[in-house]
Design a protein around this ligand. Structure first.
Ligand code: AHR
Length: 442
């Protein structure tokens, strides 16, 4: 492969051989030597370069769960960075990242099925001030369904470029670029590059097979994007001004100074394909079989006679026995169905209210009717893990993998250990998020 001029290390995860520190919340430290081969041994890790507050959102942004996006690479377990809204990473003090109108290139591998229309699931070059400093002050890959500027065909998601104050894929600041398709692959390789002389390009392909296609190559949008005013910070999962309402999964990426040739990028794509990305189990611990009906027994000492139940739309814990009324037993009984947002995980349908499911909303757990929306499906999808306190299962949110079913003052929340809400308190956390799953009461 022709070497790219000056490979610059991105924030943390990349398949170059540097050793970036990753700290886990239990004080263990894991050194990553290669994103494609590292194994994670804990459940909640902290990565350096937590994004600070910016013009669009306070901070620091939340950190992600290190094991929220498991994959295998040629059969070996590895983990991507599962960005939920509110989380993100940033390095404002970099070396070797392009500034001004200097040439640069970047590629990343994303989960093509994890996205939204929020601003902005980006990886690339952004402002060092964490604020929107004007058109042309960013050059980053964007993945999602954001509209209002340029888009590809269909309803998305698309690989676009965030050049600040707009997501683009062509010579104009709006309109559809016919050569930029809606992405349907599970793993997607995305490329953005730009160089002086009013030239930039957006490319993409299936990270599991085949080659890259050029979605656009030509002049920049004609509204303050030539020449560029790049600043050289590196962002992941946020916009240049710390807009943090987006979601997506990043597996690997590299930024270069210099404008890589298409041929160089084609070699990178071949190398990505050869790495053998594949999905792997999202669950652990005792299996919760789709089609079964279950009840959840609290394991916190002193509360083990309580089970997860609901009163109206509030999910709570109640004392339940096999001798109780049918109504009470049914309120504590749940159908396990295929995950509404991800069929590797599950959703829990109320036995007494068919068509209604446990979902989180502002991290409260509610029983709500399925309205068919993307957000409802995501709020109602959970990936059971082996019980964190060693008993039963801990029920982890698919869309916010740092959050688990937690009982707190007899009410259920989707809680994160040490998070900002009262119900996130670390006291008794691992017991409160661990439940023994039994056959349903009714
Ligand atoms: O360009 C889209 C977004 O607009 C940028 O990421 C952000 O800085 C601004 O809000």
């Amino acid at each position: 492969m022709a070497p790219s001029p000056c490979i610059s290390c991105p924030v943390f995860l990349h398949h170059a051989m540097s050793q970036d520190l990753v700290k886990c919340s239990s004080s263990r430290v894991l050194k990553i030597s290669a994103i494609r081969a590292h194994r994670v041994t804990g459940s909640s890790f902290r990565v350096k370069s937590q994004a600070p507050a910016g013009g669009a959102a306070p901070g620091p942004d939340f950190l992600v769960a290190a094991d929220g996006a498991p994959v295998t690479l040629n059969g070996k377990k590895a983990y991507g960075v599962f960005i939920s809204p509110g989380s993100g990473y940033r390095n404002d003090k970099t070396n070797g990242i392009a500034v001004g109108d200097a040439a640069e290139g970047m590629y990343a591998v994303f989960d093509g099925t994890h996205f939204n229309g929020g601003c902005c699931f980006d990886y690339g070059n952004a402002e060092v001030s964490n604020d929107d400093t004007g058109n042309g002050h960013m050059e980053a890959i964007y993945f999602g369904t954001g509209t209002g500027f340029g888009t590809g065909t269909g309803s998305g998601p698309w690989v676009l470029a965030d050049l600040e104050n707009g997501l683009f894929t062509g010579p104009n600041t709006s309109g559809v670029t016919d050569s930029n398709p809606t992405i349907t692959q599970r793993f997607v390789t995305a490329v953005v590059k730009g160089e002086p002389g009013n030239q930039w390009a957006v490319r993409g392909g299936d990270a599991q097979s085949g080659s890259l296609a050029t979605f656009y190559s030509g002049v920049r949008p004609n509204d303050g994007y030539n020449p560029m005013s790049k600043e050289g910070a590196i962002i992941l999962g946020i916009g240049g001004d710390n807009s943090d309402s987006s979601q997506g999964t990043f597996y690997e990426g590299v930024m270069t100074s210099g404008y890589p040739s298409d041929e160089t990028e084609n070699f990178v794509q071949a190398n990505v394909v050869a790495a053998g990305y594949a999905v792997t189990s999202m669950t652990s611990g005792p299996a919760l079989a789709v089609g079964s009906a279950v009840s959840f027994q609290v394991t916190t000492p002193g509360f083990t006679i309580r089970y997860i139940a609901h009163t109206g739309d509030t999910v709570n814990t109640q004392e339940v026995t096999s001798g109780d009324s049918s109504a009470l037993r049914l309120s504590a009984s749940w159908n396990v169905v295929e995950g509404l947002a991800n069929n590797q995980c599950v959703s829990f349908e109320s036995r007494d209210t068919p068509g209604s499911f446990i979902r989180h909303s502002n991290f409260n757990l509610l029983v709500n009717a399925n309205d068919g929306s993307k957000i409802f499906h995501e709020d109602a999808t959970y990936c059971p893990q082996a019980g964190i306190n060693g008993q039963g299962n801990s029920i982890r949110s698919w869309s916010f993998p740092t959050h688990y079913f937690r009982h707190f003052n007899a009410v259920l929340f989707a809680a994160s250990n040490g998070g900002p809400d009262t119900f996130d308190t670390t006291a008794s956390f691992i017991d409160d998020i661990s439940f023994v799953v039994t056959n349903a009461f009714a």
